[in-house]
Design a protein around this ligand. Sequence first.
Ligand code: AMP
Length: 540
Amino acid sequence: MMQTPLLVGSMMEHAEKFFSKKEVISQTHDTLHRLTYKEVGHRTRRLMSALARLGIEKGDKVGTLAWNHHRHLEIYFAAPGMGAVLHTINIRLSPEHIIYIINHAEDEILFIDEDILPLIEKIHPHLTTVKAYVIMSDKSTLPDTTLQPLYNYEQLLTDGDPAYPFRHDLDENDPAGMCYTSATTGKPKGVVYSHRGIVLHSLALGLADGGAISESDTAMPVVPQFHVNAWGLPFACTWFGSTQVMPGPRFTPQRLAAFIERFRVTITAGVPTIWLGLLQELEKGNYDTSSLRSVLCGGSAAPLGLIRAFEKKYNIPFYHAYGATETTPLVTISRLKSYQQDLSEDEKLQERSRQGILVPGLEMKVIGSDGEVEWNDEEMGELLVRGPWIADAYYRDERSELAFIDGWFHTGDVVTVDKEGTMKIVDRTKDLIKSGGEWISSVDLENALMAHEAVFEASVVAIPDPEWQERPIACVVLKEGYEGQVTKDDFIQFLEPQFAKYWLPDDVLFLDAIPKTSVGKFLKRQLREQVKAHYQIKSE
Ligand code: AMP
């Protein structure tokens, strides 16, 4: 067979050629833009020429601090398209982590949204490698700022060359992108994506039993473009010619619901927190969501109650998927097999709330204390994966040797697998609760609690216990109007029929909010500290 390289730039060329009339709809701070792929392609080429003129060379890192919009999409293709590396930076991380990430990646240039400017102004004296800043704005004038030299994105494009070529002389194994994990402990770890990895991952997003994205879709990636490249949607959707709706800066559930209705969105993707918020909005307003044929949910466990609400109340198909920054990210997706369609409605929901089966192209195994565990839905072990879109190391980081061993990525996720090969995340290795020598899954308890009508969010953590080693404590955020209406005992009674007695939490704490990571996951480390402080338990 021919050895033609799989290159990110070629995906945009394909869109320009075959889907030139299809649209990218993009909300920025001031304006709703509608551009065709022909226009986006020309703008991407102009941007490549601007990058080259600013001295960006093959292998240089191009950092972005931006929301989901068309300019960010253009950099997704311009940086790798001219041989540089797209480095999307999580704007919700602490300033210390952002400084660390930019210096560690050695970003040469930063593309910044106007509302992120104050943050960068504060940290820029600590940035050791950045040679230029570009502001992405609808305004033609440059803001008054200490950042130097500062360029206006649209001016760079105006001066650029709309026929500038995508490079074809790259190796498909060259770096195309990078992302840092949103670390909950220690420094963030960098992952480098190759052109080949991104292209093959995009194919998985297009498989009917994978992401099932196609030309006929109108896709709205809600997951930020700085969180594992919006799970790869912008790459795949461009390649396939899907209409894209980019929800822009500081979007609200109200904007998401309104965009779904107005643009007839068919597929969207995000973490459970986003969908909990949207659900509340759907309950308040009267929106037409009938166009939606797929909500992809991942990043943390989707509670069964959430899936049920979307599917039964709003008739919106809801798909649970699993992955990580190190895996580009798609690893598993939960879809029923043809012969599982005969299961009862409840069994189907149970099955679909699991994280699902491995997408073709990857391999997995599950390792317990005595080697590979049986796929009997009982034995637990750590999930290991490998394949062409799985990283083989962290970027210049000695912690690589802890996670990448003998050609497998050790995910740190404890799972069980049933006879069908359907995987279920039991917990993060460090969040499992060990009580009297038995394991308790905090995720299972959380999912059960979140199915209670009074609960908005619930998270379960362990506290040390002199007798049992560890005991679970449930932390609950009530829905509006339920304050003072439910007690600890109500929740324990609610859980009792579902779990063994030793699983039942020792206490239920009512909180105003559960602390979250920068990408909307429960921040258990902080919650544990909060809970320990509540009981006046000293941290080790
Ligand atoms: P990140 O690198 O920020 O995407 O985080 C990856 C981690 O998120 C995984 O290792 C899992 O612990 C967790 N995760 C991702 N998807 C799911 C899911 N569907 N259910 C439970 N946990 C998930």
